[in-house]
Design a protein. Structure first.
Lengths: 103, 383
């Protein structure tokens, strides 16, 4: 059986010949650290850290775990952010604004 | 240690013995006491687990799936409408190959509102890929909860331990709880090969096209087929530990029996009393109790019925528009056999109507008559 490889950088699709070669669970064989999924974003959230009160509600609500908590301040990881704007909706002090993604 | 406890609390003690790590559940009669007791155990520090309160049964199962995917041993309990609401997530648990174990307390589906025993709720989840065990008494409930974790973790499939509303859930019986050291040796901590890990993130259950989905389904079916032997070996291992052996079916006084009755759940215990009465009258009648419904014990049933002339299947459930569900499944299992017994279906006890031993005696006496030809009989119905 082909095992998922930690830290494997290639996201090339692996072909299986037989059911026995496949893992039981439908699992991505490459680490998602190298599979950037933020490409299809059409808008991006931008945090104004001067307005931010560090309540971290955006970090808690982000459905894609794309907001990082660095020393008590939120940072958006644009490699994974899909632009759903939930952080904009949840921010109680309106410190997150929306920007059009430039193509 | 022996305790006199209700079926509901038996489930809680079984879960405690299995050292479950995450419990997520939503209350519904008659299941409530199961999770009430568990939340008490967690609050008192007797059980080191996270108890997640959720807003619905759908969320309860979703939380269990997530917990199990991280490698935690997860448990929930529900009943009737609650199980029906979980339906989508039941399929998800199977596809994700997470060995979540749940207790379902058989209760009729409404309307009309009815909180009493009927198996149609769990049997409606027949095709979700969950293992299903129908228990006869409180002792078996405890034993099956502990075994279910071991069986399910070996085959990476979820499992349902099923008990009857009130006949089990609210009836106290003496239950022997095996020593924790023995259970720990029998059931080591869950440590799956694939699990969610924030330091090495992988997608689970992502988009899989027609080129592989088909094979993944095949693998689930293969695991189900393999679980037949695993249920037997785990049942035997448990028997060596406690003296109580379990298989997929139980044969009761079947030696030399020309007529067989088939029953499951609490009703099987009443049927045993009926068999005792009939045997005293020198009638050659035996009982087959179906314990595992998924995987369906085809081979065991075929073998057990190979010498029978006539079989009566008693169903506390109905597939509306067809017939009793155990009745259908047993008939289809026997179809390719060269020598088949005559087989008749009996619907009984829907909505918690008591099925008494003299009614079961009458069923056996009816099917023994050569003139009996009625394929489906509604036992004791005012029709």
């Amino acid at each position: 059986m082909k095992k998922p490889v930690s830290g494997k950088k290639s996201i090339k699709q692996i072909k299986f010949k037989k059911a026995g070669d496949m893992p039981p669970v439908a699992i991505s064989l490459a680490s998602m650290l190298y599979n950037k999924t933020g490409k299809w974003r059409s808008i991006r959230p931008v945090i104004d850290l001067n307005k931010c009160t560090s309540c971290m509600l955006c970090w808690k609500f982000c459905p894609d775990v794309a907001i990082k908590n660095i020393d008590g301040k939120p940072y958006i990881d644009l490699d994974y952010c899909k632009g759903c704007a939930i952080c904009i909706e949840e921010c109680p002090v309106k410190a997150v604004r929306v920007e059009e993604e430039k193509k | 240690m022996k305790k006199v406890i209700t079926g509901n609390h038996t489930v809680s003690f079984g879960v405690k013995s299995a050292r479950v790590e995450v419990i997520a559940a939503y209350p519904i009669t008659p299941q409530t006491e199961v999770v009430e007791k568990l939340s008490e155990m967690v609050a008192d520090g007797e059980l080191k687990a996270r108890f997640i309160k959720v807003e619905s049964e759908h969320s309860a199962m979703a939380a269990c799936i997530g917990a199990s995917a991280t490698g935690a041993r997860a448990f929930t309990a529900t009943s009737s409408q609650g199980l029906a609401l979980m339906h989508e997530m039941l399929h998800w648990a199977t596809g994700a190959r997470v060995p979540v174990v749940m207790a379902n307390i058989n209760r009729s589906l409404g309307p009309p509102w009815n909180i009493w025993s009927e198996q149609t709720d769990s049997l409606s989840q027949r095709d979700t890929g969950w293992l299903q065990f129908y228990c006869e008494n409180n002792q078996e409930i405890l034993d099956t909860i502990i075994q279910a974790f071991k069986i399910c973790e070996k085959v990476s499939l979820p499992g349902m331990v099923v008990l009857d509303a009130f006949y089990h859930s609210h009836t106290a019986e003496p239950v022997d709880i095996p020593d924790q050291k023995l259970v720990d040796r029998f059931l080591p901590p869950y440590n799956p090969e694939y699990k969610l890990d924030i330091n090495d993130p992988h997608t689970f259950g992502g988009l899989t096209g027609p080129e592989y989905y088909y094979e993944l389904r095949y693998k689930i079916q293969k695991a189900m087929v393999e679980s037949v032997d695993i249920i037997k070996s785990v049942g035997k291992e448990y028997g060596n530990m406690t003296g109580r052996n379990y298989g997929l079916i139980e044969e009761y006084k079947t030696t030399g029996a020309k007529q067989l009755l088939v029953a499951s759940g609490a009703m099987a215990e009443t049927a045993k009393d009926a068999i005792d009465i009939l045997r005293k009258k020198n009638k050659k009648v035996g009982l087959l109790r179906v314990r595992a419904f998924r995987p369906f014990p085809k081979e065991d049933l075929k073998k057990a019925m190979s010498k029978a002339e006539v079989v009566g299947v008693i169903d506390r459930n109905i597939s509306l528009g067809n017939e009793g569900i155990f009745f259908q499944e047993i008939k289809s299992a026997l179809y390719n056999e060269k020598r088949r017994p005559a087989i008749y279906g009996f619907i009984a006890g829907l909505g918690g109507r008591d099925v008494l031993e003299d009614e079961i005696v009458r069923i056996a006496e009816d099917i023994s008559k050569r003139s009996f030809k009625k394929e489906i009989t509604w036992v004791g119905a005012k029709i």
